[in-house]
Design a binder for this molecule. Structure first.
Ligand SMILES: Cc1cc2nc3c(=O)[nH]c(=O)nc-3n(C[C@H](O)[C@H](O)[C@H](O)COP(=O)(O)OP(=O)(O)OC[C@H]3O[C@@H](n4cnc5c(N)ncnc54)[C@H](O)[C@@H]3O)c2cc1C
Ligand SMILES: NC(=O)c1ccc[n+]([C@@H]2O[C@H](COP(=O)([O-])OP(=O)(O)OC[C@H]3O[C@@H](n4cnc5c(N)ncnc54)[C@H](O)[C@@H]3O)[C@@H](O)[C@H]2O)c1
Length: 478
């Protein structure tokens, strides 16, 4: 059994782990990164990258069709085979050698294997051949193991071999039909993607609306678009049983409004949420429960671990399960561990480089459905729940002149949530084609706590969709 010593051992080489390692090396530390699967993680191969690649052609086509002139140039339909080929290119054919080379170039030692913490600062990595390497971390261990899908205990589900995000982003052909269970981001994006590529899609949603964590109009506009695109969208359903003809179609039985109904399709995607990937990590050997990795300070250091050597970063800590937020936390963690090795306190005071402060109230997210949903900060409801005295204003995005230019039939909505006591924006939501590229302006306003008085002087260019910020301020009363 080989033994090695490094300043920092990172477990998990997704976007979070890669960035922790990179920042720590840049800060002068020696770093080993243990990866059980593909370097690049879920995001690169089975999540963000392939799903957005599957979604992009429908958005591009929609924009081309939206205006006279280019609409006439569109004479065909989406070439699904070409889309799947591009998806394959974007995931590099599930070959992570490019990312492994990047790690090498960054000065990070890659250890292929499954990491397990066996004692404080000791990680055992078991490789695909069963060989074990023991890694000693002089300073710290950063757990960046991400998340895995949750499959609810529905009778017959396991035997029916449903898709999770992995199969749903890696499928080699378009299924004739697909049932999607779930109303969250994964469900909506992938229902939209496969519908746009030609599958007949049924979507079974448990609650009364889609995208429940967002402003209600976001889910309403996405639901309307999905229906318009031909998705059979059912709300207030409870999936009770799944069955499958051996090797054949899946039938999902569900209840809705007191009735029992069923749908049958070639494939079934369960998009029913994710949980932290903590199985087999050895936390129990440290006297820690699986929930311990969610109990972190703003520097992502796990609370209550003697010596403070354990960090939990990215999806696994459950603070903000998004790639950009995992990478943001990673920058803070890599810098913090390096600074502390130099004897600096690197206290995670709010808005210092040592703290992932934005996790609390300034998380941006773009949902790549059509229309897109882009949001940052608090919804009106969440702000009120947090005890803020807020006033919210809304504006019809379709009446902004830049939007009319973009698409004469532009449909969308914008909302700005203002903290009345501090006169700053604490949340914003935009729904409409192409709004994903607009949200960063709002993120800057929320993080910068820019007073409305000053925001008034941030003049949006004419004729862009960004003029909505002026209209929102006018609606507010400027
Ligand atoms: C379908 C889908 C689409 C998404 N789209 C977006 C999007 O558009 N934008 C966005 O911001 N977010 C998106 N997300 C969320 C995003 O994928 C995650 O937030 C992101 O991947 C988290 O990065 P991570 O590095 O923390 O974890 P992961 O990417 O999950 O990486 C964790 C890594 O750890 C490895 N690992 C696990 N356990 C061990 C172990 N014991 N030893 C060694 N290695 C281990 C895994 O093999 C994996 O490589 C999407 C998620 C899904 C499911
Ligand atoms: N574009 C993006 O930023 C993007 C895209 C995809 C995923 N993600 C992230 O990945 C994470 C996971 O997304 P997700 O959609 O899997 O989870 P989610 O928590 O957003 O949604 C889960 C959905 O499953 C439903 N559900 C749960 N149990 C159910 C059951 N037994 N029967 C029927 N429905 C059930 C819930 O009601 C909810 O609608 C999220 O944090 C999300 O932000 C981000």
């Amino acid at each position: 059994m080989a033994e090695h010593e490094f300043d920092l051992v990172v477990i998990g080489g997704g976007p979070t782990g890669e960035n922790v390692a990179d920042r720590a090396v840049a800060g002068g530390l020696s770093v080993a990164l243990v990866e059980a699967g593909l370097v690049g993680g879920e995001c690169s191969y089975w999540a963000c990258i392939p799903s957005k690649t599957l979604l992009r052609p429908a958005a591009a086509l929609g924009q081309a069709k939206a205006v006279q002139g280019s609409a006439q140039a569109v004479t065909g339909v989406i070439d699904a085979r070409a889309v799947l080929r591009r998806r394959d290119e974007m995931v590099a054919g599930f070959d992570d050698s490019g990312q492994a080379d990047w790690l090498k170039g960054a000065g990070v030692t890659l250890v292929r294997g499954r990491g397990r913490i066996t004692a404080p600062r000791i990680v055992e990595a078991t490789g695909p051949d069963g060989a074990t390497v023991t890694l000693t971390a002089r300073l710290a261990v950063a757990v960046c193991t991400g998340s895995v899908p949750v499959l609810p205990p529905i009778p017959g589900l396991a035997q029916a071999q449903p898709w999770t995000n992995r199969e749903a982003t890696a499928a080699e052909s378009v299924p004739d039909s697909l049932v999607v269970v779930g109303g969250g981001v994964v469900a909506c994006e992938l229902a939209w993607a496969w519908r746009s590529l030609g599958a007949r899609v049924h979507q079974l949603v448990r609650g009364p609306r889609l995208l429940a964590g967002n402003e209600p109009f976001a889910g309403e506009l996405v639901a309307a678009a999905l229906r318009e695109a031909g998705v059979d969208l059912r709300m207030e359903t409870e999936t009770v049983e799944v069955s499958r003809v051996p090797g054949g179609e899946r039938t999902v039985r569900f209840t809705t409004g007191g009735r029992s109904e069923s749908v049958t399709a070639a494939e079934l995607l369960m998009a029913t949420g994710r949980r932290p990937a903590t199985d087999g990590l050895g936390l129990e050997a440290l006297g820690l429960g699986t929930a311990a990795l969610a109990d972190v300070d703003d520097d992502c250091r796990v609370r209550g671990v003697a010596g403070g050597w354990l960090y939990s970063v990215g999806d696994v800590n459950g603070r903000a399960a998004l790639t950009h937020m995992g990478k943001y936390q990673a920058r803070a963690v890599g810098d913090t561990i390096a600074a502390r090795s130099r004897g600096e306190a690197a206290e995670p005071r709010p808005w210092t480089r040592w703290a992932a402060t934005a996790d609390h109230r300034a998380v941006p997210q773009v949902i790549f459905t059509e229309p897109e949903v882009a949001a940052v900060g608090l919804t009106e409801h969440a702000a009120r729940e947090a005890g803020l005295r807020v006033r919210a204003v809304e504006y019809d995005l379709g009446s902004v002149s830049g939007a009319t230019l973009f698409d004469p039939g532009y449909r969308g909505r914008a909302k700005m949530v203002v903290d009345e006591d501090r006169q700053v924006v604490v949340g914003a939501t935009l729904v409409g084609p192409g709004v994903g590229e607009l949200i960063h302006a709002a993120t800057v306003a929320v993080v910068g706590e820019v007073p409305l008085e000053r925001l008034w002087h941030a003049v949006p260019s004419f004729p862009t969709v960004s003029e909505v910020w002026l209209r929102l301020l006018e609606t507010y009363g400027r």
